[in-house]
Ligand binder design. Structure first.
Ligand code: ADP
Length: 401
């Protein structure tokens, strides 16, 4: 018997093989299908996908044998990988010095015929083979050889795909971890900003209270700008913390009576906006986190009042109907100023606004919060609007959250 020669590039070859994370993996149907076709086409009782590790040959897929691996020194395929661009065929092992006294030739499964196509990766490393074996001496015809080569190519494609999927999964995990880290950083930084801002605001108040007589008109104006800026920043930080809090919270569900919830939200707003008329009809009880859903209605009804037209009192209608997919579709319609067409999608992004802060104060976070809550539950949010006529915000909420 002749022991197989160790390839010159053995160290790199083994390192490359490890990157496929395939050794000792469980059987997979895609590979088994290819071995089955190989056995059928070559009319052989045994077909294998072998991978040559340091000291053994592992069978990724096997037909006609029960064992999972064999020692490398007895492996036919270890000979085959030394000629990576050729199909190795042994028509009769009893006539071949390399294999005549091989334990798998003398003993079970009494290999007499072998044909194997090396599995070569794009960098040129041969990992193993797709091979067929028989206890009878024979020779593959040209068509069988061609088919076996094509199937070996398919095995290599599967291996490459597996590697790409693993890499993709790894980068997705890295991206997720990075995004989480960033969120945590923003959350912590926003939280830490609250205290110094509170301090600035109280000193600005003190300055106004105790020293305003020393300031001229321009100085007082600057002071009030500074206070407004700080107030706005406090609002933004509070909203940002709310936005990131949503990322960190798990979704909880309870039965929420939307009609009652909308009444409560309306009562809250009507204290300050007595002329607002808020109607609703057919609102169901749904499975949701009550706290999160309240935030959605607070934002949407609050906006419907805020972006009102100066000349008429706000009329807001909240409705719900079940769509054909069994989800609830809620709508909140107003008779306000409307939204320019080119902003209809953008306004759901963080800090995106379609109206000026002077006329309509805000942070541009409310709708991003709504979107996050709704999408987390598996729903969607969108808006239809006509300038000067009003807007209708729609969102879907799956029946089973
Ligand atoms: P904010 O109201 O704090 O600016 P939002 O995220 O709630 O932030 O809204 C984003 C933008 O969408 C608003 O700045 C406004 O331009 C527009 N918008 C939201 N709701 C309405 C509405 N009902 N009518 C008109 N414009 C609206």
């Amino acid at each position: 018997m002749e022991k197989p020669k160790i390839p010159d590039n053995e160290k790199q070859r083994l390192a490359a093989l490890k990157t496929y994370d395939i050794l000792d993996s469980l059987p997979e149907k895609d590979y088994d299908d290819l071995t089955l076709i190989a056995a059928e086409i070559c009319d052989a009782p045994i077909a294998l996908i072998t991978l040559i590790d340091e000291n053994r040959q592992f069978f990724k897929s096997r037909i006609g044998v029960d064992i999972e691996d064999t020692p490398r020194e007895y492996s036919f395929c270890s000979h085959a990988i030394n000629l990576p661009d050729q199909l190795m065929q042994v028509e009769d092992t009893s006539m071949d010095q390399r294999f005549v006294d091989n334990p798998y030739v003398i003993g079970e499964p009494k290999i007499t015929f072998y044909a194997g196509v090396p599995l070569v990766n794009p960098e040129g490393y041969a990992f193993g083979t797709l091979c067929v074996l028989d206890s009878k001496a024979k020779r593959l015809n040209e068509r069988q050889e061609r088919a076996l080569k094509s199937l070996a190519n398919q095995v290599m494609h599967l291996l490459e795909l597996r590697k790409k999927n693993k890499e993709l999964e790894l980068s997705r995990k890295k991206v997720d971890a990075y995004a989480r880290e960033t969120e945590e950083f923003v959350y912590a930084a926003s939280h830490d900003l609250k205290e110094p801002l509170r301090m600035i605001r109280s000193f600005l108040k003190l300055l106004k209270k105790k020293h305003s007589q020393q300031l001229n008109e321009e100085g007082s104006k600057y002071l009030s700008y500074a206070s407004d800026g700080v107030k706005r920043m406090q609002m933004m930080i509070a909203d940002m913390l709310e936005y990131y809090r949503l990322n960190m919270n798990e979704l909880t569900a309870e039965k929420v009576d939307i009609s009652k919830l909308v009444d409560e939200v309306s009562a809250f707003y009507k204290r300050e906006h007595q002329d607002a008329e808020i109607k609703h009809s057919g609102l169901p009880a749904i499975n949701a986190s009550g706290k999160d859903l309240r935030m959605v209605f607070e934002n949407l009804i609050g906006n419907a009042i805020k972006y009102r037209k100066a000349e008429n009192h706000p009329v807001i209608t909240v409705r719900a109907e079940a769509n054909t997919g069994g989800d609830w579709v809620f709508s909140i319609a107003d008779n306000g100023v409307g939204i320019p067409e080119d902003h209809l999608e953008r306004i759901f992004g963080l800090f995106q606004r379609a109206h000026s802060g002077k006329q309509y104060p805000g942070t541009g976070i409310g709708l991003a919060i709504c979107k996050k809550i709704i999408e987390k539950a598996g729903g969607k949010i969108w808006v239809e609007s006509k300038l000067d006529a009003g807007s209708t915000f729609f969102f879907t909420w799956p029946e089973n959250v």
